[in-house]
Write a protein of this length. Structure first.
Length: 137
């Protein structure tokens, strides 16, 4: 059964106070009630999980013979994504004449921008492009 009573949810506040933005002082008094999983996951370097994870990653690279950084496949992926972004932008601005062409190119432009954001920036953030700090920062 749905409660349709007109009882105010915040009886100690009038209607103007109920929806007014709170001051920074009031916000800082509220405790952080988010679950631990929402606060961020942190591992210390000596936990059993972290040690086992590092061991398995090191073993994978040792067995597969793959390099940890400077993979040609990663550079190819980045080149394709940036080229797709540039070409779809130029075609959208200079060539598209119908709404259907513009729609297709806009979708391609958005997907390539998302690919750059999710792939290239993610890999760069982990330092996977190069061992040189200056090239990944």
């Amino acid at each position: 059964m749905i409660d349709l009573s007109l009882e105010r949810p915040w009886p100690h506040l009038n209607s103007a106070e109920a929806f007014a933005p709170a001051s920074s002082e009031r916000l800082s008094t509220f405790p952080d009630r988010r679950p631990n999983s929402a606060r961020g996951l942190k591992f210390c370097g000596d936990s059993a999980f972290y040690v086992e994870l590092r061991r398995r990653v090191d073993e994978y690279f040792r067995i597969s013979g793959r390099r940890r950084r400077d993979c040609w496949q990663m550079y190819l992926k980045t080149t394709i994504l940036v080229a797709c972004f540039a070409v779809s932008y130029v075609l959208l601005v200079l060539v598209a004449q119908t709404w259907l062409q513009a729609l297709g190119l806009a979708i391609l432009l958005g997907l390539s921008a998302a690919g750059i954001g999710f792939n290239t920036q993610h890999d760069g953030g982990h330092g996977a492009y190069s061992s040189n700090f200056w090239s990944t920062s």
